[in-house]
Ligand binder design. Structure first.
Ligand SMILES: [Cu+2]
Length: 162
């Protein structure tokens, strides 16, 4: 292979990658993480921040480790925290939506196995823009230990009975 043709190929590849990143730049997923579980625990929550240059809706979440994934909205009714599934989550143009502990979150139900710290969970998020165009984004979310509050935070000091 000559030097000329290989550099031409590299330029073509760069152009392709450039196009792909423009299309994908519409939605950005930041700081994803999943709460670790104990053996036999059927469900857990995942947290992340979604940013988008244009108005989109998160319409579907899937994961190979969970039979069902959904967006849960948290609300406080008296002293009770309630959560309910919402059909879609809107991200405004140029805005961000933060799914964080004690607030709205992704619910992963029907877990296939216990999720341990150090594991990575794949989440596929599907967004729809105002024109009805769908875009799927794969996210690899680290599993955070059951007692920790967020990635990098120290473990709670409450001793655990084993
Ligand atoms: Cu929930």
């Amino acid at each position: 292979m000559s030097r000329t043709s290989s550099s031409g190929r590299a330029m073509a590849l760069a152009a392709l990658v450039g196009c792909a990143s423009v299309a994908a730049a519409q939605v950005t997923v930041l700081d994803p993480w999943v709460r670790g579980t104990v053996e036999g625990q059927p469900s857990t929550a995942a947290y992340l921040t979604l940013r988008s240059g244009s108005a989109v809706r998160l319409v579907s979440v899937t994961s190979p480790v969970a039979a069902r994934c959904s967006v849960h909205e948290m609300s406080i009714s008296g002293t009770l925290m309630r959560m309910r599934t919402i059909e879609s989550l809107a991200i405004p143009a140029g805005g961000a939506v933060e799914l964080r502990e004690g607030h709205d979150h992704l619910m992963l139900e029907g877990l296939s196995h216990a999720l341990k710290e150090g594991d990575t969970v794949q989440l596929t998020l599907t967004f729809v823009d105002s024109g009805g165009k769908r875009q799927a984004i794969d996210v690899r979310a680290p599993v955070v230990a059951l007692g920790a509050t967020r990635p990098g935070a120290p473990l709670r000091t409450t001793p655990m009975t084993r």
